[in-house]
Design a protein around this ligand. Structure first.
Ligand SMILES: [Zn+2]
Ligand SMILES: [Zn+2]
Length: 178
């Protein structure tokens, strides 16, 4: 049976870990706990961009030892990038074990608005499901309400639901029971 482990990547908001350990089993039907080892992000820092390279973080996560069937979702409050993009909400290895997401741009205060904890956690859940979906082999979906829809901006995150469309749900269930 597949199980999810949340990996602390540099600094993490503990409230997000607690929330996802409840929310992810509800929506995925899979057990979720915090992994006992954390990832040091200092080597992934890019001083010119003041951001952390998510490719470097995924490389470090790849070195972690788990039993087969575990999916690792790294969580960080640091802003992430890949060299061709100004930022990423997260990144995943398609049909593989590791994914990482940042909560940095999921706070309303990042956009100069008053913070809203419920909205923040709902965004965290969508991004977590999206990146984990990739680890189960799901690609981007054309249904804008499906959580696998590609979001390049926060309004696109808010537009989609926290659930998979029928087609993505079917693929996910096949992959997670394998
Ligand atoms: Zn994606
Ligand atoms: Zn879909």
């Amino acid at each position: 049976m597949v199980e999810i482990r949340l990996v602390r990547v540099g600094q993490v908001n503990p409230g997000v870990l607690d929330f996802l350990c409840v929310a992810l089993p509800d929506s995925l039907g899979l057990e979720c706990r915090v992994f006992d080892q954390a990832i040091d992000v200092s080597g992934a820092y890019n001083p010119a961009r003041h951001q952390y390279n998510s490719i470097e973080i995924l490389l470090r996560m790849s070195a972690l030892d788990t039993r087969p069937g575990v999916k690792l979702l790294g969580l960080t409050r640091h802003d992430l990038f890949i060299p061709i993009l100004t930022f990423v909400f997260g990144q995943a290895q398609l049909n593989n074990r590791n994914a990482v997401m940042s909560v940095h741009r999921l706070h309303q205060s990042y956009y100069g608005l008053p913070d809203d904890e419920d909205l923040f956690l709902s965004r965290c859940e969508k991004e977590a499901l999206h990146e984990l979906g990739h680890t189960f082999g799901l690609v981007h979906c054309r249904d804008f309400e499906c959580v696998m829809y590609l979001s390049n901006a926060i309004d696109q995150v808010d537009l989609k639901s926290n659930g998979f469309c029928e087609s993505c749900r079917g693929l996910l269930e096949l992959a997670s029971q394998a």
